[in-house]
Ligand binder design. Structure first.
Ligand SMILES: [Zn+2]
Length: 325
């Protein structure tokens, strides 16, 4: 799959607009002690191929995308999902936390490392203010403050470092595994966010892959999706919320379609397909409950999103204990 093969005409026009806006006058600042202003690495890996398929060298690495303009390029097959759940259950059994539920709540502060993968012309060099706003959105969405029905999760986020690179290959997510391995910071508990320009709104790794592929662990997010970005209907910063949900171990609400196993969370009604927009009252599956269009793990517009469920919150805490604590 060529990186640009799924880019729609609409998407191209939004990114082109952003390129025009950011090519001139963008600031080249770095935040934090881990991100000196000299952290500029044009073409650091020497690659001349700009269109490598993400994760092509490790097709068994689970990842998931918030397409926004198409379906996932890799859903998790049911058999693999069962293996993952069984492995997680065994780990939690050994830890003795299986019955923990909310009775032994975490209060984890997640350090966040933001890697701005700008082009050599400065495209995608988002402002420090946008990054600060993005962290605020993560805290807002994971604290359940957008809806009375939203779960208050056990997670908060603090910016641990920002670095900026000006590399035309990395900017379009080329040599993806290489640049992630070269730039990732922190341990299993650290959320690394790479801001790139690619076909997707975002792509995430799952926590159960950390032990084998920790060097590329984290989420890749389209820079145009940050608060104030140019991705119309997807520029309130909720893509990072969605991708972090995968990083914590959540599936899409439409995982498994109308089947019984679904997304492994009992309080997200089954859903046969991703939502586009915000179709209030949609109810595709015969099973109980309307489609969870307001759930961060659907594909709805950013302004339609307002919640994780208590079941999702509990799953994230269990996954944290199993793989990231
Ligand atoms: Zn997703």
């Amino acid at each position: 799959m060529h990186v640009t093969s799924r880019r729609s005409a609409t998407w191209r026009s939004t990114t082109s607009r952003l390129m025009a806006l950011t090519a001139a006058g963008s600031t080249l600042l770095a935040l934090g002690s881990l991100a000196p202003a000299s952290a500029v690495h044009p073409r650091a890996d020497g690659s001349t191929t700009a269109c490598l398929t993400p994760d092509a060298a490790a097709p068994d690495v689970a990842f998931a995308a918030r397409g926004g303009h198409g379906t996932d390029h890799r859903a998790v097959p049911t058999a693999e999902q069962r293996r993952i759940e069984a492995r997680t259950d065994a780990i939690l059994d050994r830890q003795g936390t299986r019955a923990r539920k909310k009775a032994k709540a975490l209060a984890a502060s997640v350090p966040v490392y933001v890697h701005v993968m700008a082009g050599s012309d400065g495209e995608g060099d988002v402002s420090d203010s946008q990054i600060t706003q993005q962290i605020a959105v993560l805290n807002q969405t994971y604290s359940g403050s957008e809806s009375a029905d939203a779960a208050v999760t056990d997670f908060s986020f603090s910016l641990a470092g920002v670095d900026r690179f000006y590399n035309d290959t990395w900017h379009v997510d080329g040599a993806s595994e290489s640049y992630r391995a070269q730039t990732r910071q922190g341990g299993a508990n650290a959320l690394n966010i790479w801001l790139v320009d690619f076909d997707y709104l975002g792509v995430a790794t799952f926590p159960w892959d950390y032990s084998a592929d920790g060097d590329i662990d984290g989420i890749r997010v389209n820079y145009a999706s940050l608060p104030g970005g140019s991705a119309t209907s997807y520029n309130l910063g909720k893509t990072a919320t969605h991708e972090a949900g995968h990083w914590f171990g959540l599936y899409h609400t439409f995982q498994g379609g109308c089947g019984a196993q679904n997304d492994g969370v009992s309080d997200t009604p089954a859903q046969s397909a991703p939502t586009n927009g915000c179709p209030v009252g949609a109810d595709i599956c015969a099973s109980a409950g309307l489609d969870p269009i307001h759930n961060y793990m659907d594909y709805s517009y950013d302004d339609c999103y307002d919640q994780f469920t208590p079941g999702q919150s509990n799953r994230m805490s269990q996954m944290w204990n199993a793989y990231r604590a």
